[in-house]
Design a protein around this ligand. Structure first.
Ligand SMILES: NC(=O)c1ccc[n+]([C@@H]2O[C@H](COP(=O)([O-])OP(=O)(O)OC[C@H]3O[C@@H](n4cnc5c(N)ncnc54)[C@H](O)[C@@H]3O)[C@@H](O)[C@H]2O)c1
Length: 424
């Protein structure tokens, strides 16, 4: 075993540090956020992820995982800092540049440096390697530099981190071999060696594939709306074809992967990436489409109270980054005639800048419930509860997840022909 320095202790870095520490490595986890470090020193964490707190406690207690505000000498450096998007939809590489710069004074010959952050194609080649070279360390001769992207599913991060196949893209062939061996110590899935640029592009295309397919489903909803066709029934029947898998429509695409990564490709080849760009546009337009349905469902009301259920970008997690729900709420608030009551059992008030309410507060006297996220809590909402609390028992289910079969409650779904044909 050896020593690993993980830079960036968020949704990816902290589980990564924990998994390596659990496998017997001495791990120092580094973050610039003092709160993250102070909590980790006590075996506590800031993020919600299934099983993570228990595993963190164990490795902190055993001394295998330590927390620090500054990097230290190690055998392997793993950089897992954010790569958000700038206003002009280009990748913001400031964190990657800062994190890479922060490890430079600690680099020794033979070290492995892994960029796990998602990055635009050619970033290792054109950005990271030159930073290392400028410091006087040769990224070919002195160290082993690789890109090893993550593809875990929030909610299953620890499991997938250990079992998913991994792509290890080296700046040199030797670098991919050396780094792949490290990952093979903790990963049961296949660890594939390739070049850095191929690994960068493969990661981006994984998320782009999903974004484009969701856009196709969302476009189907819009087309079906115009033609008065039930989109869900179309999807159900088309998917009976053995080689067709239409995705599920929804109120948009969020998270800092699917809603961001395709832009990293568009940025590098805008003329060529036309379909990718269009798919982004379709998915980004969905919050407005939801608003159109809300307006129709409340047309007869004066100052409607709207309970908005679900703020995260996907179900059963606490992550609100790039969440379409926040856009829906923002758009609703621009309509001065709505009283908007957001509720999310997974999100703490400090994480969002809209006021949050309990389910009871949100439902009481509401004229419409809009379900934007498929949290398991919302699948089990009882008709009786809505009848008891709401002013008018009407639901707009944007994720096709509400299971209420009570004729006294009107449940409309985003791709429903009923909703499109007109309301009774
Ligand atoms: N979250 C996911 O599900 C997921 C999946 C695949 C890939 N990724 C990619 O992994 C990368 C990290 O994402 P995340 O979700 O873990 O981000 P995050 O925001 O949850 O965590 C990043 C952490 O890095 C810290 N940080 C920022 N700059 C630093 C620096 N210079 N030195 C030390 N710490 C620093 C921040 O304080 C934060 O705690 C991104 O590139 C993301 O696109 C994320």
């Amino acid at each position: 075993m050896g020593k690993i320095c993980v830079v960036g202790l968020g949704y990816i870095g902290l589980p990564t540090a924990t998994v390596f520490a659990g496998a017997g490595y001495d791990v120092v986890g580094v973050d610039i956020n003092e709160e993250v470090i102070a909590l980790l020193e006590k075996g506590q964490i800031m993020i919600e992820e299934v099983g993570l707190l228990e595993e963190v406690r164990k490795v902190v207690k055993s001394g295998k995982l330590r927390a620090s505000l500054t990097p230290e000498e190690a055998d392997v450096f793993i950089i897992a800092v954010p790569t958000p998007i700038n206003h002009d939809q280009t990748a913001n590489l400031d964190y990657v540049v800062a994190a890479t710069s922060s490890i430079l004074p600690y680099l020794q010959k033979g070290n492995i440096v892994v960029i796990e952050s998602t990055i635009p194609p050619r970033t290792v080649e054109d950005v990271v390697a030159p930073i290392i070279k400028a410091f006087g360390v040769d990224p070919v001769q002195d160290i082993h530099l690789v890109h090893c992207p993550e593809r875990v599913l929030p909610g299953r991060i620890l499991h997938e981190m250990r079992s998913n196949p991994r792509i290890v893209g080296g700046y040199t062939k030797e670098a991919s071999e050396k780094a792949a061996d490290v990952y093979r110590r903790v990963v049961t899935g296949e660890v594939v060696e390739t070049e850095a640029t191929i690994a960068e592009m493969a990661k981006l295309m994984e998320n782009t594939y999903r974004d484009v397919n969701i856009a196709l489903a969302n476009e189907l909803v819009k087309i079906s709306s115009k033609l008065h066709i039930n989109a869900y029934e179309v999807i159900r029947l088309a998917n009976k074809h053995p080689r067709v898998h239409l995705h599920s429509p929804g109120p948009g695409v969020g998270g800092h992967c699917l809603a961001v990564d395709p832009y990293f490709i568009v940025e590098k080849a805008p003329e060529e990436a036309k379909l990718i760009s269009q798919a982004r546009e379709v998915n980004s337009s969905m919050p407005s489409f939801v608003i159109e349905q809300i307006v129709r469902l409340t047309a007869s009301l004066f100052r409607a109270k709207i309970a908005v259920l679900g703020l995260t970008y996907k179900e059963n997690i606490d992550d609100v980054r790039e969440s379409p729900s926040l856009q829906v709420i923002q758009l609703l608030q621009q309509y001065k005639e709505y009283d908007v009551y957001p509720h999310d059992p997974h999100v703490q008030q400090g994480k969002v800048n809209v006021p949050l309410y309990s389910l009871e507060e949100a439902l009481t006297q509401a004229d419409l419930v809009v379900v934007l996220v498929e949290h398991h809590e919302f699948e089990h909402i009882q008709g009786e509860q809505l009848l008891k609390s709401m002013n008018r028992p009407v639901v707009l289910d944007c994720k096709n997840c509400v299971k209420i079969a009570d004729e006294r409650i009107k449940v409309y779904r985003l791709g429903d022909a009923i909703l499109q044909k007109g309301l009774d």
